[in-house]
Design a protein around this ligand. Sequence first.
Ligand SMILES: Cc1cc2nc3c(=O)[nH]c(=O)nc-3n(C[C@H](O)[C@H](O)[C@H](O)COP(=O)(O)O)c2cc1C
Length: 166
Amino acid sequence: MFHIRDIPIDPPLVLAPMEGVTDLTFRRLIRSIGGCGLTVTEFIPGKSLAQAHRTALQMAAFDPDERPVSVQVYGRDPDVLADAARYVEQELGADIVDLNMGCPSKKVCKNSGGSALMKEPALARRIVSAMRAATSLPFTVKMRAGWDREHRNAPEIAAMCEGEGA
Ligand SMILES: Cc1cc2nc3c(=O)[nH]c(=O)nc-3n(C[C@H](O)[C@H](O)[C@H](O)COP(=O)(O)O)c2cc1C
């Protein structure tokens, strides 16, 4: 077992967020098999979630007994992502909010969200800080080793996130 702040993750295995895969039905299946201590939604555009768009709400749906559950958001606007974090806590009642800083997906990176944020540490800090201030939930950031082989800055970004309270 390990903890994400006060939340025990037991067994200590997390279902990775996967776009187009980890929807409610898939996560139900995984839960029914057992062995997984935390499930995570697929990445959800922070803006759509903050504005309660129907598709975003579908992506964020979880069962009342699917706990602990983490909702992953992405984007590049600190205020919008802060609204999304607030929404995850106050409207969805999830256990954890996660920021996607790890996705190389074209859909995410074309708007410079996801792992593209690792190329902009100052903006990444503003996002993490704004999200941290917006919610009292445990807040995690999923990241890659770096944007590419030449820029493996995950340790620096991780230290920054920790310093900001993620
Ligand atoms: C189909 C697919 C979709 C993914 N979607 C997401 C996503 O929505 N958010 C995210 O943070 N990572 C996403 N990832 C990355 C995975 O969460 C994971 O970090 C990655 O696959 C590395 O783990 P592996 O080596 O076990 O595949 C995705 C990966 C795959 C294969």
